[in-house]
Ligand binder design. Structure first.
Ligand code: ATP
Length: 325
């Protein structure tokens, strides 16, 4: 099938840089002679038929804006065969031949199922602050979120030092520790507690035994959100019970991590990935996510992207330990 019109949507959690990606996809498509349609509110807009014509001007002045001009949503209907049938009918009625989906693992899982059911060419872009997609060194939004966390931790450091307190700072990450680990390095935190090694060791006991008790009278520990352990609140509760001599406090950064103007790194990544998505469709690629590996754009099949087997770098974990003595 020849592709004439490309639909673009953002889905799942928003991430800074999604707008830069929308801009790059739209303008590269127009440059190459395609029509472009914007689909509002992720898969919801496909199901409810909220589809608008996109011109070059539609994406003017958005590269610096956080969030997504297409809005985003979670859509239960798209998880049912009836919902996907409705989405397909609306898509075809709007003249859309191929899709670019910007989102996290849930969004790309949905894309994969939809592409198999209806033989629709779909290219995904990794849009999530969590950096938890396989086959790519980074995701759009991750660098901005890291910078937001580091900025907040720098401020907390002042009060932690003055009051000689132990701060547990909870950050997002879904089930991955990339944000916690790398923001710990960048902010000079004393430790990072991440889900990837939860099952191997008692990270709290290790932290205390690592000389933390003796050498420091204040500390900041980055904690990845983790419903299984109660995250930072769960750890603080344990400290109060087992080590009452510590004055432990909790800060949960929450949705502030999703907002803000994207960093130059995220804008460049989103621009390159957006362009690569259209190149991929022109090459006849389908059902792949665009990734970046060692600075190069790569195609990652959807099943690999959403497999959740991306490993954390042990060297980074050791680095936090070494630099906090
Ligand atoms: P983030 O990682 O930032 O939370 P995400 O893309 O993983 O983003 P989800 O809420 O998991 O966010 O998924 C977004 C949407 O993708 C869902 O609301 C749903 O419409 C669709 N989706 C997710 N999983 C499936 C599935 N198994 N089948 C069909 N659609 C799905």
């Amino acid at each position: 099938m020849t592709i004439k019109c490309i639909g673009i949507l953002t889905s799942g959690g928003d991430a800074p840089g999604m707008n830069a990606a929308i801009r790059a996809v739209t303008r590269t498509a127009i440059y190459n002679g395609f029509e472009v349609k914007g689909i509002m509110r992720g898969y919801k807009g496909l199901v409810t038929n909220e589809i608008v014509d996109f011109r070059s001007k539609s994406v003017s002045n958005i590269i610096q804006q956080g969030g997504t001009i297409l809005k985003t949503a979670r859509c239960k209907e798209f998880q049912t065969p009836e919902g996907r049938r409705q989405a397909y009918d609306n898509m075809r009625a709007a003249g859309i031949d191929a899709l670019v989906v910007i989102g996290g693992d849930g969004s790309l899982t949905g894309a994969s199922i939809f592409a198999q059911e209806y033989d629709v060419p779909i290219v995904g872009l990794p849009g999530t602050i969590d950096n938890d997609l396989g086959g790519t060194d980074s995701t759009i939004g991750y660098d901005t979120a890291l910078n937001t966390i580091v900025d907040a931790v720098d401020k907390l450091r002042d009060t932690a030092t003055s009051h000689e307190r132990l701060f547990f700072v909870e950050v997002m990450g879904h089930t991955a520790g990339f944000l916690a680990l790398n923001s710990a390095i960048a902010s000079g935190a004393e430790a990072a507690i991440i889900p990837e090694i939860e099952t191997e060791v008692d990270q709290l006991a290790e932290l205390i035994n690592h000389g933390f008790r003796k050498s420091k009278n204040s500390a900041i520990v980055l904690v990845a959100e983790n419903p299984a352990t109660g995250g930072a609140m769960g750890l603080a509760r344990r400290v109060k019970e087992e080590f009452p001599e510590f004055d432990a406090r909790v800060t949960i950064l929450g949705h502030i991590q999703r907002g803000g103007s994207p960093t130059a790194i995220d804008r460049i990544l989103a621009s390159r990935m957006g362009e690569a998505a259209i190149e991929a469709l022109m090459e006849g690629q389908r059902n792949v996510m665009i990734g970046i590996k060692n600075g190069q754009m790569v195609y990652v099949p959807f099943p690999k992207a959403v497999r959740h087997d991306k490993t954390i770098d042990r060297v980074s974990l050791d680095l936090v330990k070494i630099l906090s003595i």
